[in-house]
Design a protein around this ligand. Structure first.
Ligand SMILES: [Zn+2]
Length: 468
């Protein structure tokens, strides 16, 4: 049993009010809300850091399986109650710690928001303290964990938001949010860009709804609704006993972003090529331009990011391409229920040789491969498809039909030229010829089943589910 997660975004409409959006004042409320929640979170991060001994306190508890009293770290709920007792004014408890009086520092702070920032602060401080103690035990000089920051996207629990969605008129939908005006807390309505897509995902009974988060960016605001689903999937060892098992192998490359081959009963029954649609070229042109500019302007300024917009553009393009490729991979998997998805274990290939822009572009391409792998793994898992990473040893040099070592070549103007990294593959033993990436993808199945020359070679084939 495992859990799959997915997020659906609901953008708020912050455009001009006459065009149906919220006015600028309301946008300022959102900023003030995020700001005051960050300030409150900073208060509690500082509070817990000042009481680190309480955060790591060991408390006795009765362990059912062992039938004895044991020790464990204090729970987050207990810490929350304790922190409220120390910092919040109530009728039974009118005098909290004078230097940690939250009620005085943040008057009228809604208690739902207060609890959410306390929980955030507990998480941040706990992980900081445990990282720090691990670091101290390791005895290393470098890598000292930094003190936790206070920023987080606000989580909207019950009582701080409500959705008013009109089933008939998508234009008449809005969300009511408890926001801070800078002086007081009020309820405000924000129009949302509600869609059938959002409604369809929200109504899906198979997924359990979680509290949304408010993501406020310089030019946009969105509510991110995450949903979770319990997944039952066969262990790979068990799947292997099935003689009708379908395996879906994905070879990730640069120009052919992904080459998907589907195999059953020892035969490739489907192949799908996902092209990069000129992404590699596009990225390269940008990077060339950027490195030229850097060269002209002298050394890069330390601490200052050059061409920030360009990098943002590149990141977005990569992210977009990764999602599209991962969707295509998942669509193939969904056609074969109970299949196993095979990726090669990605190595960190150091980009070397060529110009600086070329090296940078290789690095970007490697990151894209990592993203496709990660997103596809998560999406496939929601369809109960388990992902396996296999040893990529020899998959691009050996023949997928007989396993002999072959050669790569390219065909230029009707002439064959042998070259490393050529687009085509030829086996000199059995004469098999194929597109090189397709051959590599077909070999991944062999590596998974340990056939042909992969019988003993791969020592460390790792079987893994989706990353947590
Ligand atoms: Zn061959």
């Amino acid at each position: 049993m495992g859990q799959a997660t997915r997020t659906t975004k609901l953008p708020l409409d912050l455009s001009n009010r006459t065009q149906g959006g919220a006015n600028t004042g309301k946008r300022a409320y959102l900023e003030a809300t995020v700001w005051v929640l960050d300030a409150a979170r900073a208060f509690y991060v500082a509070f817990f850091l000042a009481h680190a001994e309480k955060v790591t306190e060991q408390v006795p508890y009765f362990s059912e399986p062992h039938q004895q009293m044991r020790q464990r770290q204090i729970s987050a709920d207990k810490l929350l109650t304790w922190a409220e007792f120390q910092t919040v004014v109530t009728s039974q408890h009118p005098h909290p710690l004078p230097e940690w009086n939250f009620s005085q520092a943040f008057p009228d702070f809604p208690f739902v928001y207060r609890r959410s920032v306390i929980k955030d602060a507990i998480g941040k401080v706990k992980s900081y303290l445990s990282n720090r103690s691990n670091w101290q035990q390791s005895g290393k000089k470098k890598g000292k964990p930094g003190v936790p920051g206070s920023h987080n996207h606000p989580t909207l629990y019950e009582g701080t938001f409500s959705l008013e969605l009109s089933g008939t008129d998508l234009q008449q939908s809005f969300v009511r949010l408890k926001v801070y005006t800078g002086e007081q807390w009020i309820w405000a309505n924000y129009p949302v860009k509600y869609s059938h897509y959002f409604e369809h995902r929200r109504q899906d009974r198979a997924w359990e709804q979680q509290s949304p988060r408010l993501i406020l960016r310089p030019k946009s605001a969105e509510l991110h609704f995450s949903q979770t689903k319990e997944i039952k999937a066969n262990k790979v060892v068990k799947s292997l006993q099935n003689p009708d098992l379908v395996t879906v192998a994905v070879d990730l490359n640069v120009k052919n972003l992904a080459v998907i081959t589907v195999r059953q009963h020892g035969k490739i029954i489907e192949s799908v090529f996902i092209k990069d649609q000129g992404l590699d070229q596009h990225r390269y042109r940008h990077l060339k331009h950027a490195s030229k500019k850097q060269w002209l302007s002298g050394k890069p300024v330390k601490g200052e990011r050059n061409c920030a917009h360009l990098w943002q553009h590149l990141r977005r393009m990569n992210r977009d391409a990764a999602h599209k490729a991962a969707c295509a991979i998942t669509r193939v998997c969904a056609r074969y229920p109970g299949c196993v998805l095979i990726f090669e274990r990605l190595r960190t290939i150091k980009a070397k040789g060529g110009s600086k822009s070329r090296r940078l572009n290789r690095k970007q391409a490697n990151q894209l491969r990592g993203q496709i792998n990660q997103i596809a793994r998560e999406k496939a898992y929601a369809h109960s498809v388990v992902t396996v990473e296999v040893n990529p040893w020899g998959t691009s040099q050996h023949c997928s039909r007989c396993g002999a070592k072959g050669e790569r070549f390219s065909s230029r103007a009707g002439r064959r030229e042998r070259e490393r990294g050529g687009k085509l593959f030829r086996c000199s033993v059995c004469g098999y010829e194929a597109q090189a990436d397709h051959n590599a993808s077909a070999n991944l199945h062999h590596s998974f089943y340990r056939e042909l020359c992969w019988q003993k070679k791969p020592k460390s084939t790792k079987h893994r589910g989706p990353s947590p």
